[in-house]
Structures are given as C-alpha cells and as structure tokens.
Design a protein around this ligand. Structure first.
Ligand code: ADP
Length: 390
C-alpha cells in the first residue's frame, strides 16, 4: 500500500526528469537530476508553465495536449511519445522521450533519454504504475468498506427497530396475559380454600391443578420478560442494605411447601442471620428461589438441600447444595446459557432460563455465580453479592 507522497519519491532520482502536473497546468520538478540540469539548465525552476516547458522542449507542444487527455482518464499503460532529437544547451544533439503516467492518482510527466539508463527508467515507470494500481485497489477497497458500513448501519437500525417492537410486544403481551392469570390463580386459591362453599376432594384437587398450571405459566412469562429486559439493558436494580437472614426466610417460607411435597428437608440453620447485604431485595430472592427450586427439582424424594451464607471481605457468599442428580462436568458452563437444559435429566418443568437470568442478575450486582457438581452425588451452587457493611 502506498501513500501519495511516496509515489513522487519513487519517480524522483536515477536521472529521470520528473514533473508533477498541478491543476492550473503548472509543472513542478521533483528532485535535481544532475546530468540533465547541466544540459538543459532547467533545474533552477521551481514551477514551469506548459509554455515554458515547451520552450525548453519544443516537441512537448504536441505531447502535452495528449498527456492532458491521458491524465483525465488515466490508463494502466503509460502514454509515451516517440523519441525526438534536440540540441542541449551546449548545442549537442541528443534523443529524448516523454511519458505521461498517473501514479497514486496524480499526474506526472517524465522525460528520459532512451539509450541512457533506459531500462532503469522503464522499471521506475513500471513500479510507479503498479503502485498506482495498488493505490487504486486500496481506494476501491476503502469505498467498498464504506458501502458495507452504510449497509450495516441501516441493517443495525432495522434490528434495533425490530428489537424495540419485540420489547413493546412482550411488555404489552405480558401485561395482557398476567392480568387474567392472576385472576385464575386468585380464584382457584379461593376455591381450594373453600371460601366460596365446600368442595369435594376431587373438585379441590382440580382447582389446585388449575392454580399450579397458571402459576407455572406466570413464571414462564416473567422469565421471558426478564430476559428481554436484560438483553435490552433495561433491567433496573434498586439496591439497598438489608439483613440476608430475613431475605432468606422469606424465600424459605415460599419454597418449603415444594420441598415438603417431595419429602426433602431444607437445612438452613441460621444462614445469613445478621449478615448485611447490599442488593436489590426482590432480585436477590429471585436468584435464591431459582437455585433452591432447582435443588428440589433435581433431587430425589427424601433428599437433602441446604443453604449457607458467609461473609468474606467486601462480599457475602451464599451457597445452595443438594445431594441430587448432579451435572456432568462438560455441561457445567452451559447450564448458565439461555434455554440450556441437561439432556437426560428426565422431564422437569422449566424453561432453561432460570440460571441464565440468575447469572445476569448476580453479575449486574458485581458478583459471580458458579457451580461445583458431580453426577449422582449432587451440586453446590454459590454466588456472591456486595456486603452491606460500609
Ligand atoms: P430450568 O430449571 O428451568 O430447566 P435453569 O436455567 O434453572 O432452567 O437450569 C438449567 C438446567 O441446569 C436444568 O434444566 C438442569 O438440567 C440443570 N440444573 C440446574 N440446577 C440443577 C441442580 N441443582 N441439579 C442438577 N441439575 C441442575
């Protein structure tokens, strides 16, 4: 790749008289060709009009107009005059030849003396020409890149527009779906609680099923909405300092019935009691709920799940362990990807979004989430959050 200035550098030297033609028809001599200056005495000129050039080299009178046309639409092959004879300043007759070339898109006039270093001159012209072509290619490449950039920009704008539409669609759909779902959940609960009169066992169990299915659907919708918010960078955190033990008890109160239904005991002792954490309380509970409900879901009946928390420096670490199915090593990274579920872990309710959301939530707090697991032996998920001290 060449720069504009280096084209002139290449053409200079080795005895060629090299003129650059500027707009307005002014020719400037590049360099000082010593064995020419003595013979034609023009090296002292900084800029020559075409008339002055013709005065020194009369045969340029016919060549310059042709060269003008050549420079207007440069070709790969240089334009060359035939050889002509003229007397130098000392009256000695010599043979001269003129070439017009375009190097790095700039017009140059070259004067040479065929026979004297002729091959060298030709090589220089060749080189300038190929560099000119390379420059042209580079310019084309730059133009193509600019076109691609414009294309990508408009493509990106379209993607952004569609993304916005998707977000708006999800937001309004989730609202439309959540309102009736909440009604279904609320009324089925009232039925189960026999607030509208007594039901027989079968009716109660059906009403319970309706409530559970509606709850599941509500969770799926909430997960989808969270993912869409996270992707759009629109997830807001409302961080505050609170007692970890309290947040944990609130989650346990909701999750205990699930555990009891499978005969699973949750060991929490006084986990987190008195430990201040600085986090979005709702999101913290969401992460913990997700880890606990997974632990229950992937642990056989009568299994064991435990929660522990400890403070380490400026962080609090929360840990959920189970002695359930475990996760093969090669899947342990992937379970944090959206929609990823370990194959062969049997049928379980779930979207495969929970851990992806948990990871984003923890990372938004500046924390980390990780898993240690051995198939058949169980899993230990742990995550960190900023401590609420200081
Ligand atoms: P979901 O539970 O909705 O399938 P998650 O993102 O919460 O989605 O989990 C992804 C997958 O990781 C699960 O489907 C399961 O295969 C695996 N997994 C998560 N937690 C556990 C666990 N405690 N024990 C075994 N496998 C787990």
């Amino acid at each position: 790749m060449i720069e504009r200035s280096s084209a002139a550098e290449i053409l200079k030297g080795l005895g060629l008289a090299v003129f650059e033609c500027h707009s307005g028809g002014l020719f400037t001599l590049l360099g000082e060709p010593p064995h020419w200056s003595g013979r034609f005495a023009f090296s002292k000129y900084a800029g020559l009009s075409s008339a002055e050039l013709v005065e020194i080299f009369p045969l340029l009178e016919t060549f310059l107009p042709e060269a003008g046309e050549f420079w207007a639409t440069p070709q790969d092959v240089p334009l060359e005059s035939g050889p002509w004879m003229q007397a130098d300043a000392a009256g000695l007759v010599c043979t001269l030849q003129a070439s017009a070339i375009s190097a790095a898109t700039r017009p140059f006039l070259l004067l040479s003396m065929p026979g004297e270093r002729f091959d060298e001159h030709r090589a220089i012209i060749q080189r300038a020409r190929s560099q000119s072509l390379e420059y042209g290619r580079m310019e084309r490449h730059v133009r193509e890149l600019a076109d691609q950039k414009t294309h990508l920009e408009s493509h990106n704008r379209e993607i952004e527009r569609l993304n916005r539409l998707k977000d708006e669609f999800l937001a309004s759909m989730s609202h439309e779906l959540r309102t009736p779902l909440n009604a279904i959940i609320g009324f089925s609960t009232l039925l189960v609680q026999e607030k509208a009169g007594s039901l027989n066992d079968r009716q109660k169990s059906f009403a319970g099923e309706i409530g559970q299915a509606a709850n599941h659907l509500l969770n799926v919708i909430n997960d989808l909405l969270d993912v869409s918010k996270i992707e759009a960078g629109r997830l807001e955190l409302h961080q505050e300092a609170f007692n970890l033990g309290e947040g944990l008890s609130e989650v346990l109160a909701v999750i205990q019935p699930l555990a009891r239904a499978k005969g699973i005991q949750i060991h929490a002792e006084d986990a987190g009691a008195g430990l201040p954490v600085y986090a979005d309380r709702v999101r913290f509970k969401q992460v913990l709920y997700n880890l606990l409900s997974n632990a229950i879901k992937f642990t056989r009946k009568e299994g064991r799940v435990s929660v522990a928390a400890r403070s380490s420096g400026s962080e609090i670490e929360i840990e959920v362990s189970d002695n359930g199915a475990g996760i093969p090593r090669e899947e342990q990274e992937r379970i944090f990807e959206r929609f990823y579920q370990v194959a062969g872990s049997g049928f379980h309710e779930g979207t495969g979004l929970g851990l992806a959301i948990a990871k984003s939530l923890v990372e938004r707090h500046g924390g980390r989430i990780r898993v240690e697991s051995a198939p058949g032996r169980g899993s230990r998920f742990s995550f960190t959050l900023p401590s609420g001290i200081g």
